[in-house]
Design a protein around this ligand. Sequence first.
Ligand SMILES: Nc1ncnc2c1ncn2[C@@H]1O[C@H](COP(=O)(O)OP(=O)(O)OP(=O)(O)O)[C@@H](O)[C@H]1O
Ligand SMILES: [Mg+2]
Length: 258
Amino acid sequence: MIKAVHLTKQLPNGKLLLNDISFEVSKGEFLGILGPSGAGKTLTLKSLIGLLDLTNGEVWIEESNNEHINIFNTKAKVLKKLRTKIALIFQGYHLVQRATALDNVLMGRLGSISTFRSLIFGFNEVEKKAAMSSLEKVNMQHLAQAKVASLSGGEKQRVAIARALFQEPNLLLADEPISSLDPKNAKIIMGILKELSTLFPVIGVFHQPELCAKYCSRIIAIKDGKKVYDGPPVLEESLLEFIYGEELAIVIPEKYAN
Ligand SMILES: Nc1ncnc2c1ncn2[C@@H]1O[C@H](COP(=O)(O)OP(=O)(O)OP(=O)(O)O)[C@@H](O)[C@H]1O
Ligand SMILES: [Mg+2]
């Protein structure tokens, strides 16, 4: 479970980048965050892992022992440990291009083992097997030894998800994970994220309202830093027009093809 309470970010000039955003996401939920460019979606995700210095607000994360921790009011050591169980997938993959798919997956646990052990001993056979099994879950085992640079966009994104899985996360956050993918790969990734949400909460930022309506269990829309919708993934045209304004023709181009 993750709970964001009154997330507020105000600039010294008074401008509100995040305006009192609250929501809670549980295991079994695949939350899609929608909104026009510059609305505050990425800032919201950053807040959830304590990467944004908020003006006001709290983020509570449930640990495996059911304890709830406010990430803005905890020791650095506790926060570091908590973050090892939060998987992040960002657009642009953040993969090491010259390393193999398997090695990139293994890097997912670098945060939770000591630098000493990673430098001196590397990863053990049990970990390598687990990394392979993460690649299998996204159907990439046959490309385990391929250099990431040689993979397609969809394959790279699957490696990024395998790396996230290898972390054995309690929470998965994804910022535009399908933006650079073709429709077929975008659907594959959405299907994988949906399946993962049965294991832990999955929160993703998207610019594809129609795919969100199909795969997400719930949607939040953010506009000018404010939450303007929180509910089932049924997006009526009037709501989409309200959320996106002139950008609607960009996010649903097929509707405006003629
Ligand atoms: N450090 C900062 N100082 C001032 N303004 C900022 C800062 N970081 C972000 N912003 C502004 O806050 C607004 C929200 O940014 P954010 O990155 O969350 O947008 P977004 O909804 O993710 O947009 P996109 O869909 O284009 O990625 C933008 O107008 C951005 O320029
Ligand atoms: Mg963004």
